[in-house]
Design a protein around this ligand. Sequence first.
Ligand code: ZN
Length: 143
Amino acid sequence: MSMIKCPECGKEISTKAKSCPNCGYPLSKKHSERQSKYYVFNVILIVFGILMALAVLKSNGGLQQNLNAALISWALIIGGVFFLTAFKKKNKVLILVASVFYALSFIAALRSIQIAPAYLMLEIAIGLVLIGNIAFAKKNSII
Ligand SMILES: [Zn+2]
């Protein structure tokens, strides 16, 4: 069972609750499910970023030859963590900063497509999550 924060009083409540037991704020199930979905997408990108950063550290080419990969991975980690924090704190500035990091990662991945076509999948994933995040922030009137 996952927990969400009540948008009204901030108390931790179950996603299965129809209304907040503390203040009675009505919760649409669909809304909370959609919310947790966006958290998951960002967490996946963060995990991927960490794995990629570790791969760069272990590779023989060193940081010099893998500068682009390092940039992609770190921008993903920072952007993802910032997005999650921004959603939690409903912080507009953090949303913008996080978007910049995802965009940076997106651009770096774009440059790597010629090197490895697999980057195209990552490219699409970053783009979709970025657009989804902005749409989600707009829908929840964070931005
Ligand atoms: Zn409440």
